[in-house]
Design a protein around this ligand. Structure first.
Ligand code: GYE
Length: 333
């Protein structure tokens, strides 16, 4: 009769894991560091084939990229989503194709959590709350009345997790402490838009003393606009300085923090490559992974309430950033 040949499984040509990564864009220093981390982790020498797509901050480009990844039958899809909503359909398509999706950085808001496998990123609401708590601690220590604190908020990309959380953290602080929130407008997480928004806000309001920038690149733009208007950035708001607050702790951001131009910079760690790889390795081994994986973060400030050398040292100990020459000078004393 017929002999039955057992299906022994065709040995793969190699063990290469194919990963499609849909990246938001290249809007900020943070994003560039994130892209580098992903590219260096999912490299050929580490056993991966990476298909990288830069969506230029447009969701429609991300949808196209994901559909291409599905067509190319990648092993994993990595998605850094521009905004939280609008992913249900395409993630269902990935699920139907049995391709695990790992969400990186910002979150997705989907009706069914099984549409993605796992998420790795930072807690943007906690970041916003830390910033607000720091502002309260600082102004209280300086004896500045809450009703004299006049804030403008240069928001991130509207609808992104980083914007939603950071704006909310500030709004809660306004509710809790009674500061004046003069205006909120998006700077799209870019330096150019941050500068443009700050210029128009300075024309509209003559009493701004705190600028809450939702990332470092917006802060760089805001600082340029403030200085071009002949005003001084710094934490001495009782004496006419305009305080700049920020998020990301990029090298340039920390340099400005150490120089006193950014009063407070809340860490947001971009180095998700190794973390995403750890999740893929666990999945490859058939292990269960947590649905939500938060990265711990710190806050950095250079005023007389925080020891900057200590802050810089703890940054250095983690070894997660290249220190700038200025930072190194301070570490070395
Ligand atoms: O803060 C900003 C970037 O989503 C946390 O996106 C990220 C943010 C980051 O453009 O610089």
């Amino acid at each position: 009769g017929m002999s039955v040949v057992p299906a022994v499984g065709v040995a793969a040509a190699d063990d290469t894991i194919t990963v499609g990564f849909s990246q938001v864009g290249a809007e900020s220093d943070w994003r560039t560091a994130n892209t580098e981390s992903m590219k260096s982790t999912f490299s050929e020498e580490n056993g991966y084939e990476l298909i990288f797509d830069d969506a230029q901050q447009k969701q429609e480009n991300q949808l196209t990229a994901i559909r291409n990844f599905i067509q190319q039958e990648v092993d994993y899809i990595l998605l850094a989503p521009v905004t939280e909503t609008g992913w249900d359909t395409v993630l269902q398509e990935a699920k139907d194709a049995d391709i695990p999706v790992i969400i990186v950085d910002r979150m997705v808001d989907v009706s069914d959590d099984s549409l993605y496998t796992t998420w790795i990123g930072t807690d943007s609401l906690l970041e916003g709350r830390k910033a607000a708590e720091w502002l309260n601690a600082y102004t209280t220590a300086k004896g500045i009345d809450a009703k004299d604190v006049n804030i403008v908020d240069i928001q991130g990309t509207i609808g992104s997790t980083a914007q939603i959380g950071r704006s909310k953290g500030l709004e809660e602080g306004v509710d809790n402490y009674g500061w004046n929130l003069l205006a909120q407008q998006s700077g799209e997480f870019t330096q150019a838009k941050g500068q443009e928004v700050m210029e128009s806000m300075l024309k509209q309001y003559d009493n701004i003393n705190v600028v809450y920038c939702e990332n470092d690149n917006e802060a760089f733009g805001a600082i340029d606009a403030i200085e071009a208007a002949g005003k001084t950035v710094g934490s001495d708001i009782a004496n006419g300085e305009i305080m700049v607050m920020s998020f990301d702790t990029t090298n340039a951001g920390l340099t400005d923090t150490l120089a006193g131009k950014i009063a407070c910079d809340v860490e947001c760690n971009p180095l998700h490559g190794p973390r995403a790889e750890e999740l893929i390795k666990a999945l490859e081994a058939g292990e269960e992974v947590e649905k939500l994986n938060y990265v711990d973060e710190e806050i950095f400030a250079t005023d007389d309430t925080v020891d900057k050398v200590k802050a810089v040292n703890s940054l250095d100990e983690e070894g997660e950033y290249d220190v700038t020459p200025i930072t190194q000078e301070i570490i070395d004393g």
